[in-house]
Write a protein that binds this ligand. Structure first.
Ligand SMILES: NC(=O)c1ccc[n+]([C@@H]2O[C@H](COP(=O)([O-])OP(=O)(O)OC[C@H]3O[C@@H](n4cnc5c(N)ncnc54)[C@H](O)[C@@H]3O)[C@@H](O)[C@H]2O)c1
Length: 252
């Protein structure tokens, strides 16, 4: 039996990618979509509000906006349904609420569903302490399309968190140097966001040392990598017990 998915944000850019990938995959089925806007071409029922949805399903896949997160988590708890949470830009209180929900249901939250970024995070944990010890400064530059609402990207923050966890959480993040007039402190990760055009997602992690730089880059050439990652995560999460999972669990 295919994994039955409720797709939250089904008419958005990512929602459309996930539904078209699901159509070609006999191991998954979108049984319902949720979206605030009206769309077309869907082969499943669509509800404006998740609370109206009574379809039986195994997993919720969420690519929407942070505003609806509380209602989404309430629904998932009420129906004991695992959630693949891909929406970025959640507030601190929403993040806490999600962690609490993970005590009762399975939640897989990842700011980036692509295999490449998740392997890159493993590499960063190895490389960052060595280069930092050798005196290299760390900067992250991300580029995304003009429609993206949150900045910096959830992925840039996840990359910074990954590096910082390998450095004993001793670094602080800086997003804007315009009001500062001082030498760059060493225990700092600079995070810069570029917005324009249709870029699906570029991330550069720059280690800048004396007379040399090491740059580790990831380029997304289409949104398919995020969509297929979300579908793999939904397959993985079906039937899983309570807990907070990550893409590393899916890939291991
Ligand atoms: N984790 C990842 O790998 C990954 C990859 C790409 C995008 N994202 C994130 O996913 C989210 C969606 O991205 P997008 O490019 O598809 O955005 P989008 O703006 O194109 O789509 C969002 C959709 O959600 C709908 N929506 C808004 N509020 C809703 C609610 N309360 N309930 C249901 N639907 C609602 C909107 O009407 C819209 O159709 C963003 O937060 C983005 O940063 C994550």
């Amino acid at each position: 039996m295919p994994v039955r998915i409720i797709l939250n944000g089904c008419f958005g850019r990512m929602g459309q990618v996930v539904s078209s990938l699901a159509e070609k995959d006999e191991d998954v089925e979108i049984v319902a979509g949720i979206d605030r806007i009206t769309g077309s071409g869907n082969s499943f029922p669509v509800f404006k509000d998740i609370e109206e949805c009574e379809e039986a399903a195994d997993v919720i896949v969420d690519f929407s906006l942070p505003e609806g997160n509380d209602t989404l988590m309430e629904y998932a708890l009420k129906h004991s349904m695992p959630v693949v949470l891909c929406t970025t830009g959640l507030s601190e209180s929403q993040t806490e609420n999600v962690s609490k929900a993970a005590e009762k249901i399975a939640v897989l939250r990842s700011a980036n569903m692509s295999p490449g970024i998740n392997v890159l995070m493993k590499v960063l944990k190895e490389v960052a302490p060595v280069l930092s010890e050798a005196g290299f400064d760390i900067e992250i530059v991300e580029k995304h399309h003009r429609e993206k609402k949150d900045a910096p990207s959830g992925t840039a923050l996840a990359l910074a968190d990954c590096i910082n966890s390998a450095l004993d959480e001793s670094f602080s993040y800086v997003y804007d140097r315009s009001s500062r007039s001082e030498r760059r402190p060493s225990k700092e990760i600079g995070i810069s966001a570029v917005r324009g055009g249709t870029i699906p997602g570029d991330h550069d992690i720059i280690f800048a040392g004396e007379d040399e730089t090491v740059t580790i880059s990831h380029r997304a050439y289409s949104r398919k990598i995020f969509g297929s990652g979300a579908i793999a995560a939904a397959k993985f999460l079906k039937g899983k017990g309570a807990g907070m999972y990550s893409m590393a669990d899916v890939m291991s």
